[in-house]
Design a protein around this ligand. Structure first.
Ligand SMILES: Cc1cc2nc3c(=O)[nH]c(=O)nc-3n(C[C@H](O)[C@H](O)[C@H](O)COP(=O)(O)O)c2cc1C
Length: 172
């Protein structure tokens, strides 16, 4: 398990080899096996392979360009009406499971943040709106993030684990 976790790193260059359907199903199964608060499972995932749609998604902001190149983009969403408080945590857990399973199967991924925020300095809601409009996602569904998915092109080296001084035993 730790090997799979440590294999994962953000990949921003992809070959055009398609993602095998069996592999995609395993990645989605990993996502849908994540814990959720009160077992509400508020998440939804839109699987996008259409090149035109991916090209449009790649323009959602300046750090998403490689969505045009990865053969698949997974759009992680949630029904915020069913889980107003914990939908972010629930959907992040599902997303991270997908990243790890993809790494285990030899795929590269990158988490691309989308979720809007009311905070003055955070991104606005227009990114979510753009993704909803493009993919016919209902208005009440929140868009957390995109995940690009495909075989990596070239080398990408996983980072070392975070520093151990982030760990506090018994007390800070
Ligand atoms: C919430 C969140 C949002 C992110 N958004 C983007 C993004 O929009 N574009 C991008 O290229 N990487 C994005 N990343 C990936 C981070 O840049 C990356 O995880 C970080 O640099 C550590 O590198 P690693 O994933 O290779 O360990 C995001 C990661 C997280 C957790």
């Amino acid at each position: 398990m730790l090997d799979a976790i440590r294999k994962r790193c953000s990949v921003r260059q992809y070959s055009d080899e398609p993602v095998a359907e069996d592999d995609l199903e395993e990645i989605l199964a990993a996502a849908l096996s994540a814990p959720t608060a009160n077992n509400i499972r508020p998440w939804h995932i839109v699987v996008v392979t259409d090149a035109e749609k991916r090209a449009k998604l790649s323009k959602v902001h300046q750090w998403a360009g490689f969505c045009a190149q990865s053969p698949v983009v997974l759009v992680f969403c949630a029904d915020g009406r069913r889980q107003p408080h914990w939908w972010i945590e629930d959907t992040c857990a599902a997303l991270e499971n997908a990243l790890i399973q993809a790494a285990e199967l030899g795929y590269g991924t990158c988490w691309i943040g989308i979720r809007g925020s009311e905070a003055e300095e955070g991104p606005g809601f227009e990114r979510e709106e753009m993704v909803r409009d493009l993919l016919g996602i209902p208005e009440h569904i929140r868009v957390l993030a995109l995940v690009s998915l495909g075989r990596p092109q070239g080398d990408s080296t996983p980072k070392q684990p975070g520093p151990m001084d982030a760990i506090h035993r018994e007390s800070w």
